[in-house]
Design a protein around this ligand. Structure first.
Ligand code: IMP
Ligand code: MG
Length: 175
């Protein structure tokens, strides 16, 4: 149940907006003359993706993927993911992965390896939030937004049991 949860604003929508604008400027500058493919990881990245692309000054293509864990006792790790929904050709493209938050790094780390095998001409990562305290594998974040403390956060696309994705501010969930 989500009724008894208290939310506290951690990062305001204004702070997020100025960070998104900064990232859009950097990306527009670095990809000048190129036509990158932006790959968003669902569901969390959809709000950030929508804000980011409207501030870019370069032409882009976008696609979204879902990553799901097998979560089976038969496998050695519950962190193995399956990529669903990738329709775009990755080979030879300048690919920029768009993520909501990098926490342990396992999700996006897996996806970057998956993409590398498909031979993009370049591969970079952009994440609006970074929670470095929980990192289990090193993940290079080429465009890093706001660093958050080791707390569970919701809003701006991020959920708790599929709730709170619609909030404009990033909030901490308190029990
Ligand atoms: P990682 O594999 O541990 O880096 O987890 C990445 C994914 O877990 C993110 O794309 C989010 O969907 C989710 N996640 C990690 N931390 C949070 C959080 O604080 N709030 C909501 N979702 C989170
Ligand atoms: Mg996500």
């Amino acid at each position: 149940m989500t009724d008894s949860l208290k939310l506290e604003i951690l990062i305001t929508k204004e702070e997020i907006a100025s960070e998104v604008a900064r990232l859009a400027q950097e990306i527009s500058r670095d990809y000048q003359g190129k036509h990158p493919l932006l790959l968003g990881i669902l569901k969390g990245s959809f709000v950030f993706m929508a804000d980011l692309i409207r501030l870019l000054e370069i032409p882009v293509e976008i696609d979204f993927v879902s990553l799901s864990s097998y979560g089976s006792a038969r496998l050695t790790s519950g962190n193995i993911k399956v990529v669903q929904g990738l329709r775009s050709q990755v080979k030879g493209r300048d690919v920029l992965v768009i993520e909501d938050i990098v926490d342990t790094g396992l999700t996006v780390g897996y996806f970057l390896d998956y993409l590398k095998k498909r031979k993009p001409s370049s591969l970079k990562l952009c994440a609006i939030f970074d929670k470095p305290s929980q990192r289990q594998i090193p993940v290079p974040i080429d465009y890093r937004g706001i660093t958050v403390p080791n707390k569970f956060v919701v809003g701006y696309g991020l959920d708790y049991n599929e709730q709170f994705r619609h909030l404009s501010d990033l909030c901490v969930v308190e029990d």
